[in-house]
Design a protein around this ligand. Structure first.
Ligand SMILES: [Cu+2]
Length: 116
């Protein structure tokens, strides 16, 4: 029983530390109208911040052969793009923006678009 409590306490403090740093990083993120997103086991970065009233240019480069990631979809912009392997694909999102998201063809990997 004691062991379980120690394990849980340990896990909770690790989670807390992670949240502390992750939260800080997110707050410090600057808005930009140009982003390069690497597609490799998901989207890197998977959270981006863009200025509300300017078009945003996102360049995707897929390095992951997983066919699940070959399409990227922006439901709120009604955009669906095919991402060839190792080729840059530029997507322009017209302003104005609201907080939204994007995901792969089967909605298994997700990214978030925040608005500044
Ligand atoms: Cu997928």
């Amino acid at each position: 029983m004691d062991k379980i409590i120690v394990t849980i306490t340990g896990l909770l403090s690790i989670t807390g530390i992670y949240w502390f740093f992750f939260g800080k990083k997110e707050e410090a993120m600057d808005a930009s109208d140009t982003w390069t997103i690497t597609v490799e086991g998901g989207y890197k970065p998977n959270v981006i911040k863009i200025p509300k009233d300017k078009p945003a240019t996102l360049t995707f480069i897929r390095k992951d052969a997983n066919s699940c990631l070959e399409e990227v979809i922006f439901p709120d912009y009604k955009i669906k793009e095919y991402l060839p392997l190792n080729k840059e694909v530029t997507i322009t999102l017209p302003a104005a923006h609201k907080t939204s998201g994007f995901h792969c063809g089967m909605s298994m990997f997700h990214g978030r678009i925040e608005v500044a």
